[in-house]
Write a protein that binds this ligand. Structure first.
Ligand code: GRF
Length: 206
């Protein structure tokens, strides 16, 4: 079966990208192929990870364009050129417009470091998510992989994994455990699940 072409969008360190690259090299992403890594920050370490893995990578920064539509047009252009059929947001911090997300219905995945619908939506990113969870006193937290639509963190949920919150957790320790025990496991699983779905749909059409 023809593999699903995947573009990974990043902004930072790229540990979730690394989990996807590692899955690909150990054969845990048999239905997909990462063809492009796109960053909205030129200094993102994720780009170095892509370089080391020999994957095509590009930086497209908002500040180089007059407005948000022009920035998104540049992203769309790069994605089209790569032939990407599935987009994975792996710590991508720019919010995509409805015009953008409508072009890829059920074709954009995001990983969020909480159990949606808790601690999600506008303003909940990075350590803020874990600060809010600890402040509320929840006893479990985790991560969610969901499809992206026009509502921030509002698309269909695909996978979730929960872990206990420990009494002495800080936002930093909780963030680290959720990444190691939830995010880096769930994201490659979801990538394979959706890649297989897309590959099967293509095969059925041909
Ligand atoms: C992760 O916590 C992810 O859930 C969130 O942003 C962080 C990205 O980290 N959306 P990295 O760049 O993958 O290391």
């Amino acid at each position: 079966m023809e593999k699903t072409r995947i573009a990974v969008l990043v902004s930072g360190g790229g540990t979730n990208l690394q989990a996807l690259l590692d899955a690909q090299s150990r054969g845990a992403l048999p239905s997909g192929e990462i063809v492009l890594v796109l960053s909205n920050r030129r200094d993102a370490y994720a780009l170095t990870r892509a370089e080391k893995a020999g994957i095509a990578h590009r930086a497209i920064e908002r500040k180089d364009y007059p407005d948000a539509p022009a920035f998104e047009a540049a992203l769309l252009d790069a994605l089209r050129q790569s032939g990407a059929e599935l987009l994975i947001l792996a710590g991508f911090l720019a919010i995509l417009s409805e015009d953008f997300t409508r072009r890829y219905p059920q074709r954009i995945l995001n990983i969020h470091p909480s159990l949606i619908p808790a601690f999600c939506g506008k303003g909940y990113y990075g350590l803020r998510v874990h600060e809010a969870a600890l402040q509320r006193g929840v006893k479990v937290s985790g991560a969610t992989v969901h499809f992206v639509n026009e509502i921030p963190d509002g698309g269909e949920i695909l996978l979730q994994k929960a872990i206990p919150v420990e009494p002495d957790d800080t936002p930093e320790t909780l963030q680290k455990r959720i990444m190691e025990q939830c995010e880096w496991i769930l994201l490659p699983q979801a990538a394979e699940m959706v890649s297989a779905r897309i590959a099967r749909a293509k095969e059925a059409q041909s």
